[in-house]
Design a protein around this ligand. Structure first.
Ligand code: PMP
Length: 397
């Protein structure tokens, strides 16, 4: 019956976890998957989350089905966080937001919507991008192409080439953008570059799909959504997929959101109805626990302030690790510019290491990076950073 089934060899990034887990060396370090670990190498359980859960535990509730769109108080809080409470799109009721199964689920629901209502559109993603972007849009039956982004020569963005590419796209083609903490490079556009790029998006009538999985890991919650708010101020109609996996440390809870900004409240009504229909056919409705807790954190002034502080601590710790790595490498490998390490933002650093050097790090040192050289800086801590830095020195020489 099943002998025609193709074998799926596994995801290259998630597969690194298996290799890491099988490694018996005590000094091994996992810098592969995009997960934030604290100074002790543990996945954090945030105090803001614990407090919300403790409060809920005092008056346990039944677990009803949520509506197809998810928990309403969660969805409105997400809109506030992304667009700002005072944005015209929020106050005029022009944003359709649904709770999603992580950021991945938001991408997939959005991709289904694009396939249904913009079947001719091609989707363009940055070169490089998070590999699953391509898979998710292709799985929905869309054709995916790449726009120029990372410049390996300068460690910056090929901005002119990027603009030229956008100017050549067809009306309603989809452009997938990372508002902050670009995955995998850590290289972001400046506000001035966003201004120019979004003008082109508007002029060419492209459909922006902004995917934000690291809000708070760049500068702060507000600064990190510059591009999202600029698009709103320009009056664009666009998508935003967002995730609480990283900033609420909610990885396994699978909580995200898809927001679609429309020109009018009537268009929003139509879009919202179809998003619900897509959900109904895919998984019916999302889980209630993660949205309840996130809603409690986002809707309480006290817990929101605590959460903001906790995300700031994660962000600062990552920046400290970048600084330390930069210092050791600069001292030990003279003549090479490592300033990209501190210039890049968010969890990731494109280390510039070749696949062979990455393979040596794994085999000789038990240090695991993605083969394209992407390193999750959040896997570093004061105990392993010198070991990692010295291993880098060894493979770079
Ligand atoms: N978008 C980007 C850019 C990501 O890096 C990730 C997670 N690695 C996601 C979306 C998906 O997030 P989630 O785990 O919430 O599905």
């Amino acid at each position: 019956m099943f002998n025609h089934v193709d074998y799926y060899p596994g995801d290259p990034i998630l597969g690194l976890n298996d290799l890491y887990n099988k490694d018996t060396r005590a000094e091994k370090v996992n810098l592969g998957v995009g997960v934030y670990y604290d100074e002790d190498g543990n996945l954090p359980l945030l105090d803001s989350v614990l407090k919300a859960e403790a409060e809920r535990a005092k008056a346990p509730q039944a677990r009803p089905y949520l509506p197809m769109s998810g928990l309403a108080s969660y969805n409105t809080a997400v809109q506030r966080l992304l667009f700002g409470a005072d944005s015209a799109a929020v106050t005029e009721g022009r944003i359709a937001t649904i709770q999603s199964i992580g950021g991945s689920g938001a991408l997939r629901v959005g991709a289904e919507f694009v396939k249904q209502y913009f079947p001719q559109s091609k989707v363009y993603v940055s070169k490089p991008t998070w590999g699953n972007h391509i898979s998710i849009f292709e799985a929905a039956g869309l054709e995916v192409g790449e726009y120029p982004y990372y410049d390996a020569q300068t460690g910056g963005v090929k901005f002119d080439a990027l603009l030229e590419a956008f100017k050549g796209y067809n009306k309603h083609d989809v452009v997938l953008l990372h508002p902050c903490c670009h995955n995998p490079t850590g290289v972001d556009l400046t506000p001035a570059q966003w201004d120019v790029l979004l003008d082109v998006v508007k002029e060419r009538e492209l459909l922006a799909f902004m995917d934000i999985a690291y809000q708070g890991f760049g500068d702060d919650f507000e600064t990190d959504v510059y591009a999202i708010r600029k698009a709103e101020a320009l009056g664009l109609s666009y998508f935003v997929s967002s995730s609480f996996s990283k900033n609420l440390s909610f990885y396994g809870e699978r909580l995200g959101a898809l927001s679609v900004v429309s020109a009018t409240a009537e268009e929003k009504r139509l879009v919202f109805s179809q998003l619900q229909y897509i959900v109904r056919r895919l998984y019916s409705n999302p889980p209630c626990h993660p949205a309840t807790i996130a809603s409690d954190v986002l809707n309480s002034d006290e817990l929101f302030a605590l959460w903001t502080e906790e995300v700031a601590q994660m962000r600062v710790r990552i920046k400290e690790m970048r600084q330390r790595l930069f210092e050791v490498l600069t001292a030990k490998v003279p003549g090479r510019d490592f300033s990209y390490i501190t210039a890049q933002r968010g969890m990731f650093s494109f280390s510039g290491l070749s696949p062979e050097q990455v393979a040596r790090l794994a085999s000789e040192f038990g240090i695991y990076l993605v083969s394209n050289g992407r390193m999750c800086v959040a896997g570093l801590n004061t105990k392993n950073i010198d070991y990692v830095a010295n291993a880098f020195v060894a493979v770079l020489q």
